[in-house]
Structures are given as structure tokens and as C-alpha cells.
Design a binder for this molecule. Structure first.
Ligand code: PA5
Length: 394
């Protein structure tokens, strides 16, 4: 279950807004992120593939932006913090590739190449490099590489068809940063043992909430309205601060979602990812005492999943200490007149993650409509991609 405490937002009450009208505008955008979670054939195909490919020691994802951040988030949130089977190459720094090759054994590694457009130069470069290396090492490419890409002909898809690789589709109507619950996130998740059915079950609960016409229970709407109203009052930045080490990459995932969706037409909210309690000793001075331009969104977990007593005069546990520090941090912000809200989640589980994805994706969709911008395109990213290609062809 997810709860949203708006008490410290300084808004106290959500101002009236025609929720139905906003929902209609969102539906008119014809986006698939809240429908494709019902796509059972995809889940079946992923499950079948995972069953046949369970022996790999390492999984390497080649992809960037929305084609990488979901997998990174799922691994950090639901996998083991220190035992790693999945490596996500969301960059083209040669050091990353060199050091990856020091760790992996090509005979025991599966590469998942993910790019919706099939034309992103970073990902295609990784494809070119690793497909050659797999072959040079004497292995069948189709045994060690699989592709997740858009359904229409594109450079990667055409190449994958030629090489007879297994291909998973990214639905046309789901944008990169909204694609975590398609094969983009679900395939790597399944291959590292995450229960994707539970993830989707949670997402469906989140979807019901997102589509609710009742503003008193629609959490994505409440969140978006808070972000929007505060933004109108000069709160131009939002900090997402989970109090759970496992959710550090969730804040990274969200940062892209908010930045790329809402940063348009000279409007936008600057997202800042933070981590409790760590950033109390790094960022909190600024949040409490710097310019009053930030909404702090706390993400607290009621049951962290482990409890360890501390043998100290305070007679407490690490989990209790974390919670006490979160409350103290929120109180310090409130005392200083700094808007802050708390989202509470029962635990860091598959169901909770599914709900959280829909909460923030839904809020982003509402925010786009409230701000009068299309949350689902990314002209700034496309321009940079175009200029990179032009520079390469010179
Ligand atoms: O959200 C987006 O659309 C972008 O961040 C893309 O995910 C990113 O640019 C990668 O694009 P592609 O999946 O086409 O390689």
C-alpha cells in the first residue's frame, strides 16, 4: 500500500481541478504505459526465454537512458546489493567496457541490446563491438545476444533479423522513460530472478489509482498537483529522497522521467536525486538553509526487510534510527518553511515497485497536462542525437 502525506507541502489542501478533464487529455495522448502492463503474451515469451537461458553467469544490457535506467533500478531495488549478475552499460566510456571484459566470460554471458528507435549511436556502437567479440570468441551470436527494439524496421531490428536473433518488441506507444514495465525492464529483471508477475500486479493496482476520477484517492494526481502548485510559487526543483539504500536508483529512474518529460518550452522542474540518511550529511544544509526553491519528496519504507539491533546506549535498531532521522529531517525542513511531503510504502517488494512506477509515471502525465506540455516527446534529446550523427558522418 502507498500513502501520500501532503501535510508539510504548505498547501494543506489540494486546490480544485477538473480531474476528469485532465484524464481525458491524458487518454487523448494515446500512450501505452498503463495498458501494456496487461500484455500477457510478452510475459509468456519472457518466461519461456528465461527458462531456456537460465545458465548464464552474467547478463549485460547495452542501452542508454530509458533503455537502461529501468533495469538498473530493478536490479538495485529487488536484487542483492552486493551479488551482481547484471551489468548495465548505460555509457560508452571505454574503461567501462575494458573492466567489464575483465570480469565476464563470453561463453557464460548473455547480451541484451535495448533501443526502442534502433538507431541510438551509443547502443549501436556497443552492439557492433560485442557482436564482433562474441563471434571472434567462437560463439554463435544468436546464442549470446537478444534484442529489445521497436516493432517497425530500424537499423538494429534489420540487423537482428539478418543474424536470426530473438527479438522482443517495445510497443510503439510506450516512450523510453515509460518503458520499464515492457520487455525493456521485464526481460533483464526476469533473468536475474525478479518476479515480474508480481511487479505487474502492483502496477495494475497503481494504474487503477492513476485512473480514479476521485481526487481524494488519486495519488498521482495529488502528487502532480502539489508539484505544479508549488512550481507556480517558485519551487522550481524537486528532490526525491528515498530512505532505503535499495531505492537509490529509483530516484535516478525518476530523475530522467521528470526531466525529459516536463523540461520543455522553457518550462520544467529540475529533479534532484538524493538518499536518506546519506545526504543529510551532504545536501541537507542546502535544502534547509539555501534558496527556498525545492520540494523535498521523502520516500519512506515501513518495513525495510531486515532489522538489526544496535548495541548502544540508545537501545535502538538501524531501521528505527533511519526512521527517526527521516522524521527529524522532515521536521527540520518544516520548521524552516521548506515544503516537503512523504510517500510511504509498506516494503521494497515487486508489488510496491510496480505501484511506485505507476505513481510517478501517472504524476508525470498529470503534470504535463497541468503545465500545458506534451510529457511524451523529447525534442531536445532528438536534436542531440541528430547532431551526433551529423558529426560522425563529417
Ligand atoms: O526516454 C527517452 O525517450 C530517451 O531517454 C531514450 O530512452 C534514450 O534516448 C534511448 O533511446 P533508444 O531506446 O531509442 O535507444
Amino acid at each position: 500500500m502507498i500513502e501520500l502525506d501532503l501535510l508539510n507541502s504548505t498547501l494543506k489542501e489540494i486546490e480544485e481541478e477538473n480531474l476528469n478533464e485532465l484524464l481525458e487529455k491524458i487518454h487523448a495522448r494515446k500512450q501505452g504505459f498503463y495498458y501494456t502492463i496487461d500484455d500477457e503474451p510478452v510475459v509468456e515469451k519472457i518466461n519461456e526465454f528465461a527458462e531456456k537461458n537460465s545458465d548464464f553467469e552474467h547478463i549485460v544490457v547495452c542501452g542508454i537512458g530509458g533503455s537502461a535506467l529501468g533495469a538498473i533500478c530493478l536490479q538495485q531495488s529487488l536484487g542483492h546489493l552486493y551479488r551482481n549478475k547484471l551489468f548495465v552499460l548505460d555509457n560508452i566510456d571505454p574503461v567501462m567496457i575494458k573492466e567489464l571484459e575483465e570480469v565476464i566470460d563470453y561463453s557464460k554471458t548473455l547480451f541484451i541490446v535495448i533501443t526502442k528507435s534502433g538507431g541510438t549511436v551509443e547502443t549501436l556502437s556497443q552492439y557492433d563491438y560485442f557482436s564482433k567479440k562474441i563471434k571472434e570468441n567462437g560463439y554463435e551470436l544468436s546464442d549470446h545476444m537478444v534484442v529489445v527494439t521497436g516493432p517497425q524496421s530500424n537499423p538494429l531490428r534489420d540487423e537482428a533479423e539478418k543474424e536470426d536473433l530473438v527479438i522482443f518488441d517495445v510497443p510503439e506507444n510506450v516512450g523510453g522513460r515509460f518503458s520499464v514495465l515492457t520487455a525493456v525492464g521485464l526481460l533483464p529483471a526476469k533473468l536475474i530472478g525478479i518476479d515480474i508477475e508480481k511487479l505487474l500486479k502492483g502496477a495494475k493496482v497503481g494504474r487503477d489509482n492513476f485512473l480514479s476520477p476521485d481526487s481524494a484517492i488519486n495519488l498521482p494526481f495529488q502528487l502532480a498537483k502539489t508539484q505544479f502548485d508549488l512550481n507556480q510559487k517558485g519551487i522550481t526543483m524537486n528532490v526525491l529522497m528515498p530512505y532505503a539504500q535499495k531505492l537509490i536508483k529509483f530516484a535516478d529512474w525518476w530523475r530522467q522521467l521528470l526531466a525529459e518529460s516536463i523540461g520543455k518550452e522553457r518550462k520544467g522542474i529540475t529533479p534532484i536525486n538524493a538518499l536518506g540518511v546519506t545526504d543529510q550529511h551532504s545536501q541537507l544544509q542546502l535544502y534547509n538553509d539555501g534558496p527556498n526553491d525545492k520540494l523535498i519528496i521523502f520516500l519512506e519504507i515501513k518495513n525495510l526487510g531486515a532489522e538489526i539491533a544496535i548495541d548502544s546506549p540508545y537501545k535502538t535498531t538501524f531501521g528505527e534510527l533511519l526512521q527517526i532521522e527521516k522524521n527529524a529531517t522532515a521536521s527540520s525542513l518544516t520548521k524552516n518553511g521548506r515544503p516537503n511531503i512523504t510517500i510511504s510504502v509498506d516494503s521494497v517488494s515487486e508489488e510496491a515497485l510496480g505501484q511506485l512506477f505507476l505513481l510517478f509515471e501517472g504524476a508525470t502525465a498529470f503534470l504535463g497536462e497541468l503545465m500545458g506540455i506534451n510529457a511524451f516527446d523529447q525534442p531536445g534529446v532528438e536534436l542531440s542525437k541528430k547532431l551526433t550523427k551529423e558529426a560522425l558522418l563529417k
